[in-house]
Design a protein around this ligand. Structure first.
Ligand code: URA
Length: 231
């Protein structure tokens, strides 16, 4: 059997080198983030940087408001997303829609993206080389949108964006910093459980944890707690 590769370690080493050699250099603020995001989406749709480019049906660049205050980042498209070319449209996406609605927001208020833009076969975990190839697209989207808060859904998104080895249990529920680059203020990042995990473990305790996390996001943005939300 092939020796296990520590994916986190490989990705972290890559990110450290990138930061060291200026891969995160700040860009001029874009005049038209929407148009620039569309260019990123076009690049993603043509991308063949890793083998997922040949196995996908559709690439899933991400979608939403170019001026979103909140950006949700998941792991990778699943079967429904691969079929439609849109993020979070399957069961996990329907639950994410409910979370967003419970926050008093619409899907069109936020931006929804993923670490990987193409579906890994059988929904297996992302591989280090796939994350390394794909991450510049997400970094570009974050730079263009410059959200006030990133919500990392699940361990893969949280660990990748925070360059961390910690478990989602350790990372969730508190604000961390996502670093855009030297001279740019960091963006607040809150990690929470992925909605797919929540579906598999739909306990009152886990639902309460996710809702507590979302209440922190609303409070941080100075947004009101919807009256009817008693989750
Ligand atoms: N899970 C993800 O992480 N992303 C999607 O787009 C759908 C399911």
């Amino acid at each position: 059997m092939a020796k296990d590769v520590d994916i986190g370690k490989v990705v972290r080493q890559h990110l450290e080198m990138e930061q060291l050699f200026g891969g995160f250099a700040p860009k001029e603020p874009s005049v038209d983030a929407g148009a620039e995001l569309e260019k990123v989406a076009d690049e993603v749709r043509c991308c063949r940087k890793c083998e997922l480019g040949s196995s996908r049906t559709n690439a899933v660049p991400g979608e939403g408001n170019p001026r979103a205050r909140i950006m949700f980042v998941g792991e990778a498209p699943g079967a429904d997303e691969d079929a439609q070319g849109r993020p979070f449209v399957g069961r996990a996406g329907q639950l994410l829609d409910k979370v967003i609605a419970a926050m008093g927001l619409r899907r069109s208020d936020v931006f929804i993206g993923n670490v990987l833009k193409c579906r890994p076969p059988e929904n297996r975990d992302p591989r280090a080389e796939e994350i390394i190839s794909c991450l510049p697209y997400l970094q570009g989207q974050i730079e263009l949108i410059n959200p006030e808060i990133i919500v990392a859904l699940g361990a893969h998104a949280a660990r990748t964006l925070l360059n961390s080895t910690k478990s989602i249990g350790q990372l969730r529920g508190q604000f961390h910093e996502y670093h855009l680059g030297i001279g740019r203020p960091p963006i607040k990042l809150l990690a929470t459980y992925h909605t797919a995990y929540l579906l598999r473990n739909y306990s009152p305790e886990n639902r309460r944890r996710v809702w507590e996390d979302m209440k922190k996001v609303l409070a941080e943005l100075g947004l009101p707690l919807p009256e009817h939300s008693s989750r």
